[in-house]
Design a protein around this ligand. Structure first.
Ligand code: SF4
Length: 437
């Protein structure tokens, strides 16, 4: 009989699918097949088994040559660069467990670090808007069971969250949506003809960066007031029609992504999208939800919130937590030359930050803690490979709708490899020794 592990959580994207089945070899050491995951989710599990995987920490010299070091040496180096720095940047956190995040934040507090996560380049603007005006939201389960009007604004789940539509938003049969996709009308707002847009009942192909105007126009259209002939390049009749479609639903859910959080207007776009959702509640039930990318970026905001009161861009350099996105955000700090060491865990700024920031990281004492080889590990002085959360070690993760889900261990990590929580605990011990506390 096949050796199958069921109800496995996919720790790739913020959908955190929890229905995977993994077939193991008879001795339980190798992953043979991954069932129910999308292509990217399956690849995460299979890739963890790669023959050429780096399994020990490595230091890079000035000529780009790598030398293997022990985890103890790696922990000492990491503690030293953090303790020596006046203002170390501790960035990432979104692809690891809440338990590891919490140990990392203890280190940050001890060394007076700047703690920031990947929201700084994706949904940070959503977090600011939620602090400004609150958010009427719901869980993905509620949306699956109730939502008969689904809006995807500036997001493309067909590619970024491949099972979102089949598990929650469009295709599944829910309690009040018994005919699956036939129970729902889908509206996509996107300047591009995406694969998600090709499935929609209505695609509003607005002009790039004019989301704020179109969101305002919807609020006007809900009240039946007059609109100009075109708003954001969309004819007014199309806007009235889409507004009526939403008002006629029993439950509207608006999912939004980086197309609206990182385009012109940023957090103000989200402020008004939340205002629009509130307006819709005068006619029907409506909720709004960010499409979070990394599988535990939501958890990072939660853990930072419990520990310091702010979800990203936390400055601990003055002994108390400060928060001022735009000043205390990673790229602003790097561009202004304000940080003197860089620690990266569970993210890849080398791939996602502007090249000027990546060059700064390459010039500073730096460490990247990551199971993969990435553009970030290539520029950092120390690379510490760790076990894959959700594959080789369990841990708590938060789905995009703020529901905590306990991920599972499926196989053992390579012999002698530490988890990121174990490595961070070693670093914390070294930091305490250095500080004499
Ligand atoms: S949709 Fe996301 S969480 Fe689900 S299987 Fe694909 S990558 Fe994994």
């Amino acid at each position: 009989m096949a050796n199958i592990v069921s109800d496995v959580i996919c720790t790739f994207c913020g959908t955190l699918c929890d229905d995977l089945e993994i077939e193991l070899s008879d001795d339980g050491r190798k992953i043979k097949e991954v069932y129910h995951a999308c292509a990217i989710g399956a690849e995460k599990f299979l890739h963890s088994q790669a023959e050429d995987r780096i399994t020990r920490p490595r230091m890079q010299d000035d000529d780009g040559n790598w030398t293997e070091v022990s985890y103890e040496e790696a922990a000492k180096y990491t503690a030293k660069i953090l303790c020596d720095a006046k203002k170390p940047l501790m960035y990432g956190w979104s692809s690891t467990s809440c338990e590891a995040q919490s140990v990392g934040h203890e280190i940050a507090e001890a060394v007076g670090g700047m703690v920031d996560n990947t929201a700084t380049v994706c949904h940070g603007s959503s977090l600011i808007a939620v602090q400004d005006v609150g958010i009427p939201s719901c869980t993905l389960g509620e949306a699956m069971n109730r939502a008969d009007r689904v809006v995807f604004w500036g997001c493309n789940p067909a590619h970024a969250h491949p099972r979102h539509m089949s598990r929650y938003s469009v295709y599944p049969r829910g309690f009040f949506t018994g005919k699956g996709s036939k129970s729902r009308k889908v509206v996509v707002v996107d300047p591009r003809k995406t694969d998600t847009a090709s499935l929609a009942d209505a695609h509003l192909q607005l002009e790039q960066g004019r989301d704020y105007e179109l969101l305002s126009a919807f609020r006007v259209a809900f009240r039946g007031e007059k609109l100009p002939d075109f708003v954001a390049g969309i004819p007014k009749d199309q806007i009235y029609e889409a507004a009526d479609l939403l008002k006629s639903g029993r439950f509207v859910i608006i999912y939004f992504g980086m197309g609206v959080t990182q385009s012109l207007g940023k957090n103000h776009n989200i402020d008004i999208a939340i205002g629009l959702t509130r307006d819709l509640n005068d006619y029907t039930k409506a909720a709004i939800m960010p499409m979070r990318g990394h599988y535990n970026v939501t958890g990072s905001g939660e853990v930072l919130g419990w520990q310091f009161g702010f979800p990203f861009c936390v400055d601990l350099s003055r002994g108390v937590a400060r928060y001022n996105p735009g000043e205390t955000s990673s790229n602003d700090l790097l561009i202004r030359d304000e940080v003197d060491a860089v620690f990266v865990l569970g993210s890849d700024p080398g791939a996602h930050f502007p090249i000027s920031s990546v060059k700064k990281i390459a010039q500073l004492p730096s460490v990247a803690i990551d199971p993969h080889l990435t553009p970030t590990t290539a520029v950092c002085k120390l690379h510490v490979p760790v076990a894959f959360v959700g594959v080789e070690v369990g841990g708590c993760c938060y789905r995009m709708d703020n529901v905590p889900i306990e991920s599972r261990k499926v196989v053992d990590p390579p012999e002698g490899m530490l988890t990121d929580q174990e490595f961070l605990t070693m670093v914390l011990g070294e930091v305490r020794k250095n500080k004499g506390v």
